[in-house]
Design a protein around this ligand. Structure first.
Ligand code: HEC
Length: 394
């Protein structure tokens, strides 16, 4: 496909994916909040079937929500279900995965410095991870382990970290991260499609016939909802991880991902506790300290350059290592236009962006991208010395 067409298609699908995802996560956050804020009816006795109520004001209108212990006596004619947000998020996400990674597997999916996979094999591993991952997760949920949330979380986290490690050994690092995200998204959306909604349907049907619904269906649905709740924040990080090469580009990218996922799940736990009226004091400080810790341990090793440094040396490095992509006329096959509009054709363009260059080349060492142009440690050190000694154009 023409690169221009592919980019516009990807833009459209990504936009849709974000819109559906916001709608899904938004309703999920809202209902979590709602559940925690339901209080006894303020005026008069609480009707027998009612659990509590909630009053709110939004956009100039007042709303009263009533929560039932089990179900109302009669079902209303219109009952809203929340499911299409989840399905459309998954479908748009999968199409995006195909557009960005499977249509052009040599761009991001296959990285020959990691493993020289045949593109078809790489795609099979990608799709296979989602399918096998779901089957393993589904069986674990139904096994005795599924009834014990904490051991389940420990085993699940270990398995997921194993998947992240395994993928980082076969795919380009960016693709490895996104496939972990795609797997989590698949578990979440398929939980809704295969378990939560079908079980809710059976429960509602039984009730409308005046029968007692089977209790295990409700239990299975709440087990999956609980998992989805803890998956949310780690997944949101992976969705934006593309922008942070210091995470996926790190030599132990899977460990960085494991650390960030723990932070995300921990923060989610804090919200859940707070909803139950328990104010945990140490989770948020530990999460903040962990972010600082991750930033420190992930910092790449730096080399110092003692000799004299001139701008001509820096310009030469930029010409040999960067201009292939960052130019008005890039020669790179991957980037027909300069990434982020950043170009280094003129000396002034290099001087103006000295701080960003220093950050990408010396501090995070995420440029050149995947070090495709083979920059050396000494060249990084020269750029570092040039920047710290004033970044002059002399
Ligand atoms: C193979 C292509 C390629 C090469 C070679 C390359 N870059 Fe990049 N560069 C990219 C891409 C792609 C992005 C956009 C990354 C993103 O959107 O997250 C980028 C982004 C950047 C940014 C902006 C990131 C930011 O947030 O500040 C800077 C600065 C940069 N590159 C500098 C360099 C320097 C300096 C070199 C040479 C040492 C270099 N690049 C070599 C592809 C390349």
């Amino acid at each position: 496909m023409d690169v221009q067409v592919a980019d516009w298609l990807a833009l459209t699908v990504r936009w849709l994916h974000v819109i559906f995802g916001v709608a899904w996560i938004g309703t999920s956050f809202y209902f979590n909040w709602l559940n925690n804020q339901i209080r006894p009816v303020e005026d008069g006795p609480t009707p027998e079937r009612v659990d509590g109520e909630l009053w709110s004001v939004h956009g100039g209108h007042f709303y009263q929500v009533v929560k039932y212990k089990v179900a109302p006596e009669r079902l209303p004619r219109t009952l809203h279900w929340f499911k299409y947000e989840a399905y459309f998020t998954w479908v748009s996400g999968f199409v995006l995965l195909c557009l960005v990674y499977y249509l052009e597997p040599t761009a991001f999916l296959v990285d020959s410095t990691v493993l020289a996979l045949h593109p078809h094999v790489a795609i099979a591993i990608g799709v296979g991870t989602l399918l096998v991952g779901w089957v393993v997760y589904h069986l674990l949920c139904k096994s005795p382990l599924g009834r014990h949330p904490v051991p389940f979380a420990i085993v699940g986290f270990a398995l997921m970290t194993g998947v992240a490690y395994g993928l980082s050994e076969v795919f380009g690092s960016r693709a490895a991260y996104i496939h972990v995200g795609a797997l989590i998204g698949t578990l979440m959306a398929w939980n809704v499609f295969f378990v939560i909604i079908p079980n809710q349907k059976i429960v509602v049907d039984a009730m409308s016939k005046g029968e007692e619904p089977p209790a295990h269906l409700g239990a299975a649905a709440s087990q999956r909802s609980l998992h989805n709740n803890y998956f949310t924040l780690p997944l949101l990080f992976i969705m934006v991880s593309n922008h942070y090469p210091m995470t996926f580009g790190h030599a132990q990218s899977w460990a960085i991902l494991a650390g960030l996922s723990l932070v995300g799940a921990g923060v989610r736990h804090w919200f859940n506790l707070r909803g139950k009226g328990q104010n945990n004091v140490w989770i948020l400080p530990v999460a903040a300290a962990s972010m600082i810790g991750l930033a420190l341990v992930s910092a790449p090793e730096r080399h110092e350059y003692e000799g004299e440094v001139t701008f001509a040396m820096v310009r030469d490095i930029v010409e040999r290592r960067c201009v292939e992509c960052h130019s008005a006329q890039p020669t790179s096959e991957l980037y027909p236009v300069a990434p982020q509009g950043i170009m280094f054709d003129e000396p002034q363009q290099i001087v103006d962006r000295a701080a960003r260059i220093h950050n990408q080349v010396v501090v995070n060492q995420t440029m050149p991208l995947s070090n495709l142009t083979g920059i050396t440690d000494e060249e990084r050190a020269i750029v570092g010395a040039w920047f710290t000694r004033g970044a002059s154009a002399e």
